[in-house]
Design a protein around this ligand. Structure first.
Ligand code: PLP
Length: 449
């Protein structure tokens, strides 16, 4: 058999593509990436692209951060193997758990490691099922989430995800209940104030709990800002309205901080930015600045106490992944937390966020931009065919896909999500690089509209 010649042909011959618009790939070819320089990626033709997608939200310190590479090299040289179970644990894991509890919003807590955000959400669900069953409530299994939420791709986390595309897998599973997405601009009714919108969503939550029975619900999962839903910050006062209801019914609130955690919103946690303290945090992506696949469940004091006690009583928690708490991942995470929080990356996000917003505000004046929204270094522009009625574009290839393709042609990577174009660049972005990002985006918008 003769091998295909070009990188694109080789990729197509031997790989299946996930989350990719296949007609676009057939039309345009595959960008095969060889390396990165700061916030840029470079392809096999030597072409540079400013990556305003940070890989997949996660390469927050850029693609060649020296300190992170050195931390990985040092730990690979010292101890590349792992002992995660059977009473053994690496020293790096012990140090990272201490650190994560220290930087969490919790006064105390406990950490469990996974290899991804999806697995961390799955793990949290299993922990809740385990806990409720142990406490004599085995029927307490339903999970509440929101439409448009993204929590991952494993069977459970995809069931939590509120996206219609999971129908191709016959998901969600029964018992995963999706509530209204807290996007006021899109889901607020004519004449409804933001306050009334939030009150309506709180009522919906209360009614859902009453209808289903609080004693059948295991937990409520929410991203502080929905990321893959198209960057949706919560309507004002949303978490303050729903948390007391959950609390009253004994339903834990889990903050999925896979995107928001570690600086993306400008603070350590999205829940800090939106002023609530959850019962547990799900972390991944930025946790290692994308330099290692790793996720973590961080339990706050109450859940740590109850789940910890349940494990003591049954004497073993039968769950974990082979590479849970890998020492190289932990060493990288320790360095990444330091780099982002103490070496000025989160400060850069806060310093440049107003400039980010001012640029978006200007672009949102264009006739086909309905809304700009976001916080810190996560923003979106939503395209509309009619600004007054907020009517979306139709057509086979979404308008956001056409804008993103046009950006790629100009050397800028950004993410099409529904009708929106998402910008979530690495935190190391400089002012000239931000100007480059907006110049290219504007050219692409002018080309498409
Ligand atoms: N949760 C959120 C909020 C995410 O954005 C993602 C991925 O984008 C996940 C969970 C799943 O993480 P992973 O892709 O590492 O499984």
């Amino acid at each position: 058999m003769t091998k295909p010649q070009s990188w694109d042909a080789r990729a197509k011959e031997y790989s299946l593509y996930g989350f990719t618009d296949m007609p676009s790939v057939h039309d345009r070819g595959t960008v095969v990436v060889t390396h990165g320089e700061g916030p840029y990626i470079v392809d096999t033709n030597g072409r540079r692209y400013l990556d305003a997608n940070s890989g997949l939200w996660n390469m927050v310190a850029g693609f060649d951060h020296k300190g992170l590479i050195e931390a990985a090299q040092a730990q690979y040289a010292r101890f590349p193997g792992y002992h995660a179970f059977f009473g053994r644990m690496s020293d790096q894991t012990v140090m990272l758990s201490e650190k994560l509890v220290e930087v969490s919003p919790f006064a105390s807590g406990k950490v469990f490691y996974t290899n991804s955000g999806s697995e961390a959400n799955d793990t949290m669900v299993k922990m809740l099922w385990f806990l409720h069953a142990h406490e004599g409530n085995p029927q307490r299994r339903k999970i509440l989430t929101r439409w448009n939420a993204y929590h991952g791709v494993t069977v459970v986390s995809a069931s939590m995800t509120g996206k219609p595309y999971n129908e191709v897998f016959g998901l969600p599973l029964d018992g995963f209940i999706h509530l209204t997405c807290p996007h006021y601009w899109r889901h607020g009714e004519p004449g409804e104030t933001e306050e009334k919108f939030v009150a309506r969503l709180a009522r919906e939550l209360e009614e859902t709990i009453e209808r289903e029975g609080a004693d059948t619900i295991a937990g409520f999962f929410a991203e502080p800002v929905m990321g893959a839903g198209g960057v949706i910050p919560p309507a004002r006062g949303y978490f303050q309205a729903i948390q007391p209801i959950l609390c009253r019914h004994g339903i834990p609130l889990i903050s999925d901080e896979v995107i928001c955690g570690f600086g993306r919103t400008g603070q350590t946690w999205g829940c800090e930015t939106y002023d609530f303290i959850p019962d547990a945090i799900i972390s991944s992506k930025n946790l290692t600045a994308g330099f290692f696949p790793m996720g973590a469940v961080i339990l706050g004091p109450e859940l740590a106490g109850r789940i910890g006690a349940a494990i003591e009583e049954i004497e073993e928690f039968p769950h974990g992944f082979t590479a849970s708490g890998h020492p190289v991942g932990c060493a990288i995470a320790l360095k990444a937390i330091d780099v982002v929080m103490n070496e000025g990356l989160a400060d850069n996000v806060n310093r440049l966020a107003p400039r980010f917003e001012a640029n978006l505000q200007r672009l949102a004046e264009k006739p086909n931009i309905g809304e700009y929204r976001g916080v810190g270094f996560m923003w979106a522009l939503e395209a509309v065919r009619d600004k007054a009625t907020k009517t979306p574009f139709d057509g086979k290839l979404s308008v956001s896909e056409r804008i993103a393709n046009s950006c790629t042609d100009l050397g800028l990577i950004c993410r099409p999500l529904g009708q929106s174009v998402v910008l979530c660049p690495p935190f190391i972005l400089t002012e000239p690089q931000m100007d480059e990002m907006f110049e290219k985006l504007e050219q692409a918008l002018d080309k498409v509209f």
